[in-house]
Design a protein around this ligand. Structure first.
Ligand code: MG
Ligand code: ZN
Length: 222
């Protein structure tokens, strides 16, 4: 009996095809899809809550919540009054295009302007899997230390924007070199938009909202 082996490389190639189909589906409906990627505790769900309350009067938003087992984040998002679908990966540490498609088809796609996707809390493999998004958005927090750009360059290379969250905690972070982090981000990806924010105090969030608004308006113009 022969045993078939599927290598990671093949899985990623299959994923590319599914991602292209997703992109076509989202494009057909004029939906901007943001894929939020960050470590556990960086503040992805808090960022979603703030972003939804700032933008939901202007746009119809849907949310896909990636999580390994629980529905805790989806319950938080449902309280914001938008359509949310939970994706439980049952152990997998990232979302892939086919999971996202299944979940997205449960949203009222005809009515939506944008879908915000919270990927599984992880800075590594979510960056390798295209889900058919308009843009990947990396979420960091100063509480994680200032070495993440060097350690996990792929996510910053693949993203169109990065949020450096928990700026209100910066005075407590001895030795955190924000200037170095910003220089490293520029080296890895010269066109990356960098937003320095605090989801707790609201600092810096207006610029982020404007960036999202502009992306959605651009997608309407084409
Ligand atoms: Mg979360
Ligand atoms: Zn993974």
């Amino acid at each position: 009996m022969s045993i078939r082996v599927v290598l990671g490389q093949d899985l990623r190639e299959a994923n590319e095809l599914e991602a292209a189909e997703n992109r076509e589906l989202f494009g057909k409906h004029g939906i901007v899809v943001l894929n939020l990627i960050g470590a556990p505790g960086a503040g992805k769900t808090s960022l979603l809550e703030k972003t939804i309350s700032a933008l939901k009067t202007d746009f119809h938003l849907g949310v896909l919540e990636g999580d390994i087992y629980t529905t805790r984040d989806a319950e938080r998002i449902a309280k914001c009054g938008v359509e949310v679908v939970q994706i439980n990966t049952r152990g997998a540490c990232h979302l892939d295009a086919s999971l996202v498609r299944k979940a997205a088809l449960q949203l009222p796609l005809k009515e939506l302007d944008a879908i915000l996707v919270e990927n599984v809390g992880n800075l590594v493999c979510p960056a390798e899997f295209d889900i058919g998004e308009t843009a990947k958005v990396a979420v960091l927090s100063v509480a994680e230390g200032d070495d993440k750009v060097e350690k996990y360059p792929l996510v910053f290379r693949e993203s169109k924007a990065v949020l450096i969250n928990k700026m209100d905690l910066l005075p407590l972070m001895d030795g955190f070199d924000l200037g170095r982090m910003e220089r490293e981000l520029k080296q890895v990806n010269g066109s990356l938009r960098v937003f320095k924010v605090s989801t707790r105090t609201g600092e810096g969030l207006e610029e982020w909202y404007s960036w999202v608004r502009e992306l959605v308006r651009e997608s309407k113009r084409v």
